[in-house]
Design a protein around this ligand. Structure first.
Ligand SMILES: Cc1cc2nc3c(=O)[nH]c(=O)nc-3n(C[C@H](O)[C@H](O)[C@H](O)COP(=O)(O)OP(=O)(O)OC[C@H]3O[C@@H](n4cnc5c(N)ncnc54)[C@H](O)[C@@H]3O)c2cc1C
Length: 392
C-alpha cells in the first residue's frame, strides 16, 4: 500500500529495507538477550547516511522530512519488531527534528553534520517521577548563573543516556505554581552528556526492565549541571511550543514503528499459519485463526495511512496534533494486537525462544503506555477532536 508515498520516501523504504535485510530476527533477539546496542546496524545506517534524512543538505543531510524518517523507522521495525525504534531515539528524532526547527545556526553547524554521519547520538529527558504524564508539573529547574544555567532535578526512564553525546533536557525556568499561564516557564537545553558525566554533575542508573533492552532506560540525576546559555533550544521560558515539536513527531514515529512491528509479527504468524498442519489442514484455513490476522492486516494499513498523513502535515508546518495522536493510538494498538494474535497462532511454539514472538510480545506491549499512554491519547482526542470536558 505504498501508492501514496512520494519517490523520496519510496527510495528510503528500499534503502533501509536493504540494510535491515542483513539483520534477521535472531540478530535482534541476540542483542536483546545480551542487553547490547545494535552497533552493526547503527554503523551500517550511518554509512548509508540514513540518520541524516531530515537534516538539511547544507549540514550534510538528505534534506527530506519526517515522512521519510517515519518510513525508515517503519522499515527497521518491520525487520526486527519494535527493536528498530532505537533508530529514532538515538539520532533523527530528538536531535535532528528538534534542532532543524528550533536550533540556532551555531547549534546546527556544531551538531547536525556529525548526527547525519552517525557519529553523534542523542537522548531526550522529559519524564519525572513526581509528574509522570502531567508534564506541566515537572520540577527539574534551571537557574541563571552568569552566562550559564545550572540545572538541578531528576528524570526517570530516560533512554540511551549511556550512548548519548547530547541530551535534550526539558526544564522549568519558572516553577509551575508561579507560571502564568502554566505552560509558560519551560526551557529546553542541549546538555553535553559526556562532559556533564565527567564533571560528576550528571549521573544515571539503568532501570532493570522486561524488554527493549538494546537501550538502557535510566533514572537521571542533575546536580547543578552547568550549561552555557548558547545551549538553550528556542527561547528561555518559551519552550512549550518547542516541546510539542518534539512530542508530536515522537508520536508519529512511534506509530510508524508500531506499523512496522505489526508487519513483522503478522509475517511470522501468517507463515506459521500456512505451514502448520493440524487436523489435516493448515491452521490458517480455520477462520478463528485467519480472520483475526486479516483484521490486523486491515488495521495496520489504516494506521499506516494516518501515520503518513500526520508526518506529511508536520513536514508542511501544519498543525498535526490530532493526527499524531490518532496515529499513535492506532499504531500502538495494532502492534500489540499483532504480537498477541501471532502468539495465539503459534500455539506452544510462541513461548519458545526459537521464534521471536515472545520478544515482540514484550516489546509491543509497552507501546500502549509510551511515549504517551493510551488513556492520555484518548483524552486528547476526546477534548481536542470532540470538544468534551477536560479530565487532565
Ligand atoms: C522503556 C521506556 C522508555 C522510555 N523512554 C523515555 C525517554 O527516553 N524520555 C522520557 O522523557 N521518557 C521516557 N519514558 C517515559 C514514558 O514517556 C512514560 O512512562 C509515559 O509518558 C507514562 O508516564 P508514567 O509512566 O509516569 O505514567 P503515569 O503518568 O504515572 O500514568 C500511569 C497510568 O495512569 C493513567 N493516567 C494518568 N493520568 C490519567 C488521566 N488523567 N486520565 C486517564 N488515565 C490517566 C496513564 O494513562 C497510565 O496508564 C520511557 C518509558 C519507558 C517504559
Amino acid at each position: 500500500m505504498d501508492f501514496n508515498l512520494p519517490e523520496t520516501a519510496l527510495a528510503v523504504q528500499d534503502g533501509v529495507r536493504a540494510v535491515a535485510a542483513k539483520y534477521d530476527n535472531a540478530y535482534w533477539s541476540e542483542c536483546e538477550e545480551a542487553h547490547r546496542f545494535p552497533t552493526e546496524v547503527f554503523s551500517d545506517l550511518g554509512k548509508g547516511g540514513w540518520f541524516g534524512l531530515n537534516v538539511p543538505e547544507e549540514y550534510g543531510g538528505g534534506g527530506q522530512g519526517l515522512l521519510e524518517v517515519a518510513v525508515a523507522n517503519e522499515a527497521l521495525c518491520a525487520s526486527g519488531g519494535t527493536a528498530g525504534s532505537f533508530f529514532y531515539v538515538t539520532t533523527p528524532g530528538f536531535g535532528a527534528t528538534t534542532l532543524v526547527r528550533h536550533g540556532t545556526e551555531e547549534q546546527k553547524q556544531a551538531i547536525l553534520p556529525g548526527l547525519a554521519a552517525g557519529d553523534i547520538q542523542f537522548c531526550f529527558a522529559l519524564t519525572e517521577p513526581d509528574a509522570g504524564s502531567n508534564a506541566i508539573e515537572i520540577k527539574t529547574h534551571a537557574r541563571p548563573d552568569g552566562d550559564d544555567f545550572l540545572i538541578k532535578g531528576q528524570k526517570v526512564w530516560i533512554s540511551n543516556v549511556e550512548n548519548a553525546d547530547w541530551m535534550v533536557a526539558v526544564t522549568r525556568t519558572i516553577p509551575a505554581a508561579d507560571a502564568q499561564p502554566r505552560t509558560n516557564g519551560f526551557t529546553l537545553f542541549l546538555i553535553d552528556v559526556k562532559e556533564a558525566l565527567a564533571a560528576g554533575t550528571l549521573s544515571y542508573t539503568p532501570i532493570p526492565k522486561m524488554g527493549s533492552n538494546i537501550l538502557f532506560s535510566s533514572q537521571v540525576y542533575f546536580d547543578d549541571v552547568r550549561v552555557p546559555a548558547r545551549n538553550v533550544i528556542g527561547q528561555v521560558d518559551a519552550g512549550f511550543p518547542v516541546l510539542w515539536d518534539v512530542l508530536n513527531p515522537e508520536r508519529i514515529i512511534a506509530a510508524a514503528g508500531g506499523c512496522g512491528a505489526a508487519d513483522a509479527a503478522l509475517d511470522i504468524a501468517v507463515r506459521y499459519a500456512q505451514e502448520r498442519v493440524v487436523f489435516n489442514r493448515p491452521i490458517g484455513a480455520n477462520q478463528a485463526i485467519q480472520f483475526p490476522l486479516a483484521q490486523i492486516k486491515a488495521k495496520t494499513e489504516l494506521a499506516r495511512l494516518m501515520t503518513y498523513k500526520a508526518a506529511w502535515l508536520f513536514d508542511q508546518g501544519l498543525p498535526c496534533g490530532n493526527e499524531a495522536n490518532v496515529a499513535k493510538l492506532s499504531g500502538a494498538q495494532v502492534a500489540w494486537e499483532a504480537a498477541d494474535q501471532a502468539f495465539q497462532t503459534l500455539g506452544g511454539m510462541a513461548y519458545s525462544k526459537e521464534y521471536p514472538i515472545e520478544r515482540m510480545f514484550r516489546d509491543a506491549r509497552i507501546g500502549k503506555n509510551i511515549p504517551v499512554s493510551e488513556q492520555l491519547v484518548l483524552a486528547h482526542i476526546g477534548t481536542s477532536m470532540l470538544s468534551l470536558p477536560k479530565s487532565y
